[in-house]
Design a protein around this ligand. Structure first.
Ligand code: NAI
Ligand code: MG
Length: 486
């Protein structure tokens, strides 16, 4: 267990220096509602200094990061993966206290963060352009170049994992970074940044400006000198940052959440499917962009599947992260109040809570807990079927056949992930092609996080791809060089 002294006030990282801000923000522990520490509340002038430092490191006189070869970047990233693993326990404790998530999940997140650095470290010196056959008196090649200063605005639900996926890929490709972590959870990110600097990352290659979205975030998204923006968060804020970036024609990657369906057919292996359905919605208390938040189940097995899930939901326990129960608290009082209001409205509309988990007997009071629940008898078109709830709430719909399953699966504006549970090979492929989403999982859900697997949305889930080689390519742009010779 960490002590209060393990949570010193946190500054901003600008040009390799830790910098104070005139005002600070309180960070609370979601499991108790008690304050943990304070973080810098960066203002536009901090953001400006951070962008300048990132520019300097990329192309200025000091230009140290830009002078590193792909192999040097690769070696540093690989070593940093080891460093992260060496600090897994401490980083997981920070993540667990700061986000409220169960300790086992926090440890998994730190392991995934290290895996991003290892994957992109291994890939950094294997990314290259092409030569193109053209006229006989030409030699043509493409250069795959970094953008320059990458702005990264990340959320509170998976701070360390999203740090890994954004920072490792952008650095591997040779960019420099200004990262705005979420005001609700950024302690693991700040510690990761500190470790990076202590382990020899050149000053200015990575800058971190904690603060409010409306202040530091807005200043970063609208900064005229950023060269790329990646944002993970809500569709509404995604629209704001994309509009701000468009003023300076800055390319944008948006990862905006989802309402991802799990389709369970009568021929499915239910022993494999049902635990995965539970995990898909319970993980991180449902505060996961890729949560499997809709269950679509075929008529002939619907009653028995719902009965089985009711037992599983009733057995779920909520507790503080350190207790490592099934489910932690939500991130803050606002998210809890928003969800409870929508659940009350759903009940008033006749939706049935078929089963509910419980608070563990010794769970702290004052935590932002919402009990896991299974909703059935949902009127067609109700908002709980197509809006992201961002909590441990699974909604159930029944379908007759494959055609109806596909229609229901595609009946939201989101399109991030989908799970298909069936033994019929033809159906697996038809649905994988027919479903409108960035990822489809057949007889599994989430592929254990899949650092190597391209990830991103369609429609309201956003655009652009992160993770895997696609993620690395998306932090580069192509320059075509055509050389005429005799
Ligand atoms: P948000 O989208 O407002 O926050 C995400 C990040 O954007 C944070 O770092 C925040 O400081 C920053 N931000 C906020 N306003 C900004 C602005 N005007 N300009 C630049 N940056 C800004 O999400 P919030 O308010 O924390 O959560 C609301 C809902 O968003 C959740 O209920 C959930 O539905 C969704 N969400 C989705 C996530 C995902 O993984 N796709 C993660 C977090 C939230
Ligand atoms: Mg917000």
């Amino acid at each position: 267990m960490l002590k209060t002294t393990d949570f010193p006030p946190q500054q901003a990282l600008i040009g390799g220096d830790w910098v104070n801000s005139a005002t600070t923000l309180e960070v609370e522990a979601p499991a108790t509602g008690e304050p943990l520490t304070r973080i810098a509340r960066c203002q536009p002038d901090h953001v400006d200094a951070a962008v300048k430092a990132a520019q300097q490191s990329f192309s200025g006189q000091s230009g140290e990061w830009a002078s590193w070869s792909a192999r040097q970047r690769s070696e540093w990233l690989l070593r940093f993966a080891d460093t992260i693993e060496g600090h897994q326990e401490q980083l997981a404790q920070l993540e667990c206290a700061d986000t409220g998530k169960p300790m086992a999940q926090a440890k998994g997140d730190i392991a995934a963060c290290a895996r991003y650095f290892r994957f992109y470290g291994g890939a950094a010196d294997k990314l290259h352009g092409e030569t193109i056959p053209f006229e006989t008196d030409f030699a043509v090649m493409t250069l795959r170049e970094p953008y320059g200063v990458c702005a990264q605005i990340i959320p509170w639900n998976y701070p360390s994992q999203i740090f890994g996926r954004c920072v490792a890929a952008a650095l591997a490709a040779g960019n420099t970074i200004v990262l705005k972590p979420a005001e609700d959870a950024c302690l693991s990110v700040l510690r990761l940044a500190e470790l990076a600097v202590d382990h020899g990352l050149p000053a200015g290659a990575l800058n971190v400006v904690p603060g409010l979205g409306s202040e530091a975030g807005a200043a970063l998204a609208s900064h005229p000198d950023i060269d790329h923006l990646s944002f993970t968060g809500s569709p509404e804020t995604g629209t704001h940052v994309a509009q701000a970036a468009a003023q300076h024609h800055v390319p944008v990657t948006l990862e905006l959440g989802g309402k991802s369906p799990q389709l369970v057919f009568a021929d499915a292996d239910l022993d494999a499917a049902l635990p995965a359905v539970i995990k898909g919605i319970i993980q991180n208390a449902g505060q996961t962009c890729s949560a499997g938040s809709r269950l679509l189940v075929q008529r002939e097995i619907a009653d028995s599947v719902v009965a089985n899930l009711c037992e599983r939901f009733a057995a779920l326990r909520c507790d503080a992260g350190e207790a490592d129960a099934d489910c932690g608290p939500l991130i803050n009082a606002r998210q809890k109040a928003k969800l409870e209001e929508r659940l009350a409205a759903a009940k008033a509309d006749g939706i049935r809570v078929a089963a509910m988990g419980q608070l563990a007997p010794n769970a702290p009071t004052g935590g932002h807990f919402v009990l896991p629940q299974l909703l059935t008898d949902i009127p067609k078109g109700h908002e709980v079927l197509h809006e992201e709830l961002f909590g441990p709430v699974l909604v159930v719909q029944v379908f007759e056949d494959e055609a109806e399953a596909l229609a229901l699966a595609n009946a939201t504006d989101f399109g991030l992930c989908a799970g298909i549970w069936t033994r019929d090979g033809g159906r697996q492929l038809r649905l994988a092609k027919g479903i409108r989403s960035g990822q489809v999982f057949v007889n599994n859900y989430g592929a254990a996080g899949g650092v190597e697997l391209p990830f991103g949305g369609v429609g309201r889930s956003g655009h652009g791809r992160e993770k895997g080689f696609e993620g690395l390519r998306s932090y580069t742009r192509i320059k075509t060089v055509a050389i005429k010779h005799n």
